[in-house]
Each structure stands twice: as structure tokens, then as C-alpha cells.
Design a protein around this ligand. Structure first.
Ligand SMILES: [Fe+2]
Length: 269
């Protein structure tokens, strides 16, 4: 079983660049082209939030146009830059979540692993939230299967990582109960997140928290206290999650840019 993950697309309306300089739609087009060239082909693509930048319908229409060429199914999660109304106006007809649910949360049964996708959007705030309704949903999903290796995906990292401005906008409301639920479910193999626009790994609640870079701009790493976050054009990345029998879930980081090679290791001398 192989699936792909990207995050933090920040698509704007056609013709608009993020911060006046990031052509996020062009970055996504390059990521989609890379994904479509992968062999073997991932079973699906998971996108862990900040699908668009302002949450408007025209941005989601623009996003849908850029996802249309994908040769694999796509599963979408919401981040702080998303908007539920705009999202549902364009993607509401999709059938992989319960339309009666007020939040965009759902299960993906993917053979040897199971994914639980959460909605941490706290409208009007850059930080994330998991209210009792969303956490009750997570508790029920975890309770119904205590054996299958489970991946929990959400936009906001549930802990601080030493980036002071981003730490002020991590998962805040509900973070303590989220930690308790994950710690009580030893079959949670991985927590996948975005939001930081950087690659970050740490131990979390007895499992591994894996935060991946965005597919467009990244956050410049400055570990000093109180700095204002700046963007930087470090290489964007796809992540490929592969189930390896005898090992478990293995996560390969794949740069989207093209590089010279590959070449044979065979030496002529
Ligand atoms: Fe983002």
C-alpha cells in the first residue's frame, strides 16, 4: 500500500500571487505533474490543509481546476487558511465524508492501514482547535478499531516545535484531550501534519509526529524568540507513505524539483 501526501497549497484566485511573489498555482501544477509521473502510482493523495489562501469560492474553483489532471483520487483536509463554506460550495458533492457532519472529518480504509482525517480549522483564528464534537468523533473512531495501524492526519501540529510565531498558532483548544486520546491508542502509528511549511519530526503521545514542508513557499527557519515569520523558497516536497511488510509504515520524502541523474553506480575503471 502506497499513498502520497502534500500540504499547504495556498491557492489564490487566478492571476494573484501570495505575498505578491509566490505563484502557488504554478507550484501545485509542478507537484501534480510529479505525482502523475510516479511509478508505482500511489493509491490516493492526501492534502493536509491550507488548500487555498483566503477560503473563497473562486480560490476553491481554481484549486479544483489544478487537481483535475491528477491520475489518483484525492482526499482533502482543512487548514487555518481554508473556509468551510467556500470549500463545501466547490467540493461538497464528494462522497468520502458524511455531509451531515459539520466538520470535514472522515476515515480512509487503506488496506493494512487506516487513516483518520481531522478538521482543526478554528474560523477566524490562525491557531487550530478540536472541539468536543470533533474529539468525540476521534475517540469513537479509535475505539472501534484498536488493532489496525492507524494514521491520524490534521493540519495543525499539536505541540510547539521551537518556532515561536508558529508555536503561537499550533493546535491550541483541545490539544490536551487530543494528546490523551492518542496516548491511549498504541495502534496510532503516525500523526501527520502540515502548517509549519517545514520538515519537522518529534515524538508525540507515544507515537511519531511527522510535519512536512509545503508544495510552494516554506517558512524560513529562525529559532530565536519572538521573530516574525518570513517565507523562503526552499525546495518543496511530496511525501510517499509505503507500507512495508515486517517494518510498518515508511515515509519517503521526495523533492518536487528535477535533478541531474539518476546514473548507474557501475564504474568504468
Ligand atoms: Fe500554510
Amino acid at each position: 500500500m502506497l499513498f502520497a501526501q502534500i500540504t499547504d497549497l495556498h491557492i489564490r484566485a487566478p492571476g494573484l500571487k501570495l505575498s505578491g511573489r509566490v505563484d502557488t498555482a504554478d507550484f501545485l501544477a509542478r507537484a501534480v505533474a510529479k505525482l502523475n509521473r510516479l511509478d508505482p502510482r500511489p493509491a490516493f493523495l492526501l492534502i493536509t490543509g491550507d488548500l487555498v489562501d483566503r477560503g473563497s469560492v473562486d480560490e476553491y474553483v481554481h484549486l479544483a481546476e489544478h487537481l483535475a489532471p491528477l491520475v489518483m483520487p484525492v482526499r482533502l483536509a482543512l487548514g487555518n487558511h481554508d473556509g468551510r463554506d467556500g470549500f463545501r460550495a466547490v467540493f461538497g458533492a464528494n462522497d468520502y465524508w458524511d455531509p451531515a457532519e459539520p466538520f470535514v472529518q472522515y476515515v480512509i480504509d487503506a488496506g493494512p492501514v487506516r487513516l483518520l482525517v481531522l478538521d482543526t480549522l478554528d474560523t477566524g483564528r490562525p491557531s487550530g482547535a478540536l472541539c468536543d464534537h470533533r474529539l468525540d468523533w476521534l475517540a469513537a473512531r479509535l475505539a472501534e478499531d484498536r488493532t489496525t495501524p492507524t494514521i491520524v492526519a490534521l493540519h495543525h501540529p499539536p505541540v510547539r516545535v521551537g518556532m515561536s510565531m508558529m508555536d503561537s498558532m499550533c493546535l491550541l483548544d483541545g490539544a490536551a484531550r487530543f494528546h490523551q486520546l492518542i496516548a491511549a491508542a498504541p495502534n496510532v502509528d503516525r500523526v501527520l501534519a502540515g502548517h509549519l511549511h517545514r520538515q519537522v519530526t518529534t515524538r508525540f503521545a507515544g507515537t511519531v509526529l511527522d510535519v512536512m514542508p509545503g508544495v510552494a513557499h516554506q517558512c524560513h527557519l529562525d529559532l530565536a524568540e519572538g521573530v516574525s515569520q518570513q517565507l523562503i523558497f526552499e525546495p518543496p516536497m511530496i511525501q510517499l507513505h509505503l507500507w512495508v511488510e515486517g517494518t510498518g509504515l515508511v515515509s519517503h520524502k521526495v523533492l518536487i524539483d528535477d535533478f541531474d541523474g539518476p546514473y548507474s553506480f557501475a564504474s568504468p575503471d
